[in-house]
Design a protein around this ligand. Structure first.
Ligand SMILES: [Zn+2]
Length: 313
């Protein structure tokens, strides 16, 4: 946690001068202040930790909250960590509450290690009922960092971005992506980079059987393209300097896509001052149309490979 209570006041860990007397605003138990040159100053519960506000918080989580807050504060935007945005006491505090220039607030939530789709959906719907759009931010883990590093150098700034195909993504990240029409954001705690991404359901081609041909050997006969349940094709754009980030908000209708129930209400996503999201959107539309022309609908027989693979009569 980055904020604790002391003598009835909320104190930020980075600004705390004393080392004792802090209590958790949520559960009221004593907190200790942790400081270090490498770590982000934060408050910690003493074990055993039973407080729900402390669950799933990691060093990367602390850093992400503080980095985004500081980037917005530097530009004189109103940003506050660990604020209760939704009145419902069953809800956790928001990682970062940001005031939108046109009025209203947006809730920025950093991925937690223990996040489930059910929890993400409940929280998103709860924010939506309170007319607060929520923007879920992922953290780049070792596996994703490896894929980013293997991407073409400099391609992150091109309209095509870094193309990470068939990337396994946790269910909550796929849900959050669908909620915002494929949009997503990932923060890398190791490098400080922020990537803005677009995800598509990954597809695979399966040839159900093969026919032997004495002249040419075995050939694929038939086959179908199908959606991969846990993998996405992800395009990442960036790294985007945090000082260039802005938030856009809109609304979405309820929908059921790929077995996921998406609630209706306000949504939000990151963009840059110079309109990166619009450029990605234009590229993505062209890409989707081209892919649909080649692959057809998920589950449909592949038009070209089926014919091409069939031995001549
Ligand atoms: Zn607590």
């Amino acid at each position: 946690m980055l904020v604790a209570e002391r003598d009835g006041l909320l104190i930020d860990a980075a600004a705390a001068r004393r080392h004792d007397g802090f209590v958790c605003p949520e559960c009221g138990r004593a907190l200790i202040l942790r400081r270090g040159d490498l770590k982000v100053s934060h408050f910690a519960h003493l074990p055993p930790v039973e407080c729900r506000e402390a669950r799933g918080e990691t060093e990367a989580h602390h850093w992400a909250k503080a980095a985004l807050r500081d980037a917005f504060l530097e530009r004189r935007m109103e940003a506050e960590v660990e604020r209760r945005l939704v009145g419902d006491p069953a809800e956790r505090r928001t990682d970062l509450a940001l005031a939108l220039p046109g009025g209203g607030m947006v809730a920025i939530e950093i991925q937690r290690s223990d996040l489930t789709v059910a929890e993400l959906r409940t929280r998103t719907a709860s924010y939506m009922r309170a007319s607060v759009p929520v923007l879920w931010v992922g953290l780049v883990d070792a596996a994703l960092a490896e894929r980013i590093a293997a991407g073409r150098p400099g391609a992150g700034q091109s309209p095509e971005g870094l193309f990470l195909d068939r990337l396994p993504l946790p269910a909550w990240a796929r849900f959050a992506g669908r909620l915002a029409f494929g949009r997503g954001a990932w923060l890398d705690p190791a490098t400080g980079a922020l990537w803005i991404g677009r995800q598509e359901v990954a597809r695979q081609f399966a040839a159900p059987f093969r026919r032997g041909d004495p002249e040419t050997g075995f050939q694929d006969v038939g086959g179908r393209w199908s959606s991969m349940k846990t993998r996405v094709d992800l395009r990442l754009h960036g790294p985007v300097p945090l000082r260039d980030l802005i938030v856009r908000a809109s609304r979405r209708r309820a929908a059921r896509i790929g077995g996921m129930d998406l609630p209706a209400g306000p949504i939000a996503w990151f963009d840059t001052e110079d309109g990166l999201d619009g450029r990605i959107e234009a590229f993505t539309r062209g890409y989707r149309a081209a892919r649909a022309a080649v692959l057809g609908r998920p589950g449909a027989a592949a038009p070209d490979r089926t014919r091409a693979g069939r031995p001549a009569p």
